[in-house]
Design a binder for this molecule. Structure first.
Ligand code: GLY
Ligand code: MN
Ligand code: MN
Length: 433
């Protein structure tokens, strides 16, 4: 991503925060076990505004400051530490490469930060997972509050930046979409390869390996989330990630896998028969989910309420389950009382972007959130008939021939000015028999 893009984002945010100062903390290092750490993954807000990809950093936006509107605090160069933990950009190079007006070593935070807060009317900061940094920020704020009566100036509130920043992240720019298309295209290739590879006798983890091999081979950072390769009744566990079972003819295989490419994510699910041929029951369920997905995608149009996507999918699923005799009663009542939930317990989609479950609201209180061009959502209806399904009063007992069928179909859909574009259309989902 070009530096100009980050600069534009910062300018857009600064225009919105007026007399405030915004403070963003890099993500903490996460411990995997003992003293082994996970690969560092930058905080998405931090990354969105800076492109800076190291821990132990702080970014400050102070639109009212005379000299330094964009300030970075970073880890200084330290050859000994870098020998162990990887190269650091350092104070000098960070100024050049990331376009900051000034860069300080992180150790100078306490000394330098107050000058960027003291003239602000509020501090935009999300109290987050880094408890130590929350304390640091509150300490600075309290000191400024203490001198407020004398100065008659200073921040009198801490405000969450999300309501100003996240609507920006929710609408993707051309440069972001370029990365999302690459993430989508790599995941498309991975799914198509997995489908070729999957057959009776293979293990779920072998299919997973094919998928993740494709991710890395094509330059993705890796999986966007733990890949789900769920055969048979494993598909009824929404976040099944053990991936240890052997594929059997007669089973369906549900694969939910996507990748992160330069921090932008894709998220695809496909379900297909291991043998290539559906049983009558599998086919009946698959057809309902496919119809629900296609009808839900057809709702993606600028101006349409987000909730219409889910409502449409739910109605198609309930109609289908009523037709099959797996639900009984009045359709509106079943929907209102959510009696379909034993079969369909999750939402039909989520925003997608720098986070897999990306930021942005779905509803504004009682007012719907209407779709806008540039927003990207997944559309992922499913039906799951767990063998452990509990009987529901007033609803039919489920014949065991339906047990263990789990189907989900998921695509990544961009809202365009005229409708929608399916970024992940390259993985087949029609039934070929
Ligand atoms: N695999 C995560 C999701 O579909 O939301
Ligand atoms: Mn998803
Ligand atoms: Mn998914």
């Amino acid at each position: 991503m070009h530096q100009a893009e980050y600069s534009q984002r910062r300018e857009a945010l600064m225009a919105k925060i007026g007399k405030g100062s915004a403070v963003f903390r890099s993500a903490p290092m996460a411990v995997m076990h003992n003293d082994v750490e996970y690969t560092f993954r930058q905080d998405s807000d931090f990354y969105y505004l800076t492109g800076f990809n190291e821990p132990e950093a702080v970014a400050v936006l102070a639109p009212h400051h005379e000299e330094h509107r964009f300030v970075l605090f970073v880890q200084p160069k330290d050859l000994e530490k870098e020998t162990w933990a990887g190269y650091r950009i350092g104070v000098e190079a960070a100024k050049e490469r990331f376009g900051a007006d000034i860069v300080y070593p992180i150790a100078e935070l306490d000394e330098k930060l107050p000058q960027y807060l003291e003239k602000a009317d509020r501090i935009y900061y999300r109290l987050g997972r880094d408890k130590g940094f929350n304390e640091t920020l509150l300490k600075h704020w309290q000191k400024l509050l203490a001198v407020y009566p004398k100065k008659g100036m200073g921040p009198t509130a801490i405000e969450d930046p999300a309501p100003v920043l996240h609507p920006m992240r929710q609408v993707k720019t051309a440069a972001e979409l370029e990365l999302m298309r690459i993430a989508a295209s790599i995941a498309v290739d991975a799914h198509n390869r997995a489908r070729e590879f999957a057959r009776s006798g293979r293990y779920e983890y072998e299919v997973q390996a094919e998928i993740e091999h494709t991710f890395r081979l094509q330059g993705a950072i890796g999986p966007a989330y733990p890949s789900i390769v769920a055969s048979g009744a494993n598909a009824c566990v929404l976040h099944y990630t053990e991936n240890t079972c052997q594929l059997q003819d007669g089973d369906l295989l549900l694969i939910d896998a996507g990748c992160a490419y330069e921090y932008y994510n894709s998220d695809i699910t496909r379900t297909f028969p291991v043998s290539g041929k559906f049983t009558a029951e599998q086919k009946a369920i698959y057809e309902i989910v496919l119809e629900a997905q296609l009808r839900a995608i057809a709702q993606v149009h600028p101006g349409n309420p987000y909730s219409q996507i889910h409502d449409t999918a739910v109605r198609v699923i309930v109609e289908g389950l009523l037709d099959l005799g797996l639900l009984q009663g009045n359709i509106d009542e079943i929907i209102k009382e959510e009696k379909y939930k034993p079969f369909y317990m999750h939402r039909t989609g989520h925003w997608l972007g720098l986070d897999v479950h990306d930021v942005g609201v779905y509803q504004h209180g009682e007012t719907p959130h209407n779709l806008e061009p540039g927003q990207v959502t997944t559309i992922e209806p499913g039906i799951y008939i767990s063998p452990y399904l509990k009987p529901v009063e007033g609803q039919p007992d489920i014949d065991p021939r339906w047990h263990g069928i789990g189907v989900r179909i998921e695509d990544d859909v961009l809202v365009t000015s005229t409708g929608s574009e399916i970024l992940t259309a390259g993985v087949p989902k029609a039934i070929y028999l």
